[in-house]
Design a protein. Structure first.
Length: 151
């Protein structure tokens, strides 16, 4: 794929994500960053964050679960402790409802491991991940991420 076509594809994904968030009443009032020359692209940061776990995601469904779990862990590591417990409890309850207690325990264990990974390897990045969009091309996945500014 040519660089020009690749850039257009990325722009299309970011525009779709931007439109999705602007239609949401909560996010329409927030300043959400899609790309800036000042900060690293959050999609690249998130991909670097999940790299050690990437081999376990052998198909699109597993890859998307990895991304979602990583986003929960990342955001939990960034928010204040009071909000962290609420975020993790709500997410675990959601998983228990659909997949059962064992899956929720496994999820919490993985999230805790990822939170530690974030603290060790990405301590300075305090951006909150607001949303993502995963698309698939013939040969690879493309990840678009919307995040807040540095806090």
């Amino acid at each position: 794929m040519s660089k020009k076509r690749n850039r257009k594809c990325r722009k299309d994904h970011l525009e779709a994500l931007r439109q999705e968030l602007q239609s949401d009443e909560f996010f329409a009032r927030k300043e959400v960053i899609f790309k800036t020359d000042v900060e690293e692209k959050m999609s690249e940061v998130l991909l670097a964050f999940i790299e050690p776990y990437r081999e376990f995601a052998t198909n699109r469904e597993a890859y998307e679960r990895l991304i979602v779990t990583a986003i929960v862990a990342w955001n939990a590591a960034v928010v204040p402790k009071k909000e962290r417990e609420k975020l993790l409890d709500e997410t675990s309850k959601s998983i228990m409802g659909s997949a059962g207690d064992k899956a929720a325990q496994d999820f919490k264990s993985v999230v805790n491991e990822l939170m530690e990974w974030k603290k060790r390897h990405f301590p300075a990045n305090k951006r909150y991940i607001v949303s993502y969009q995963l698309s698939e091309t013939k040969h690879k996945y493309h990840l678009a991420v919307a995040s807040t500014l540095e806090r």
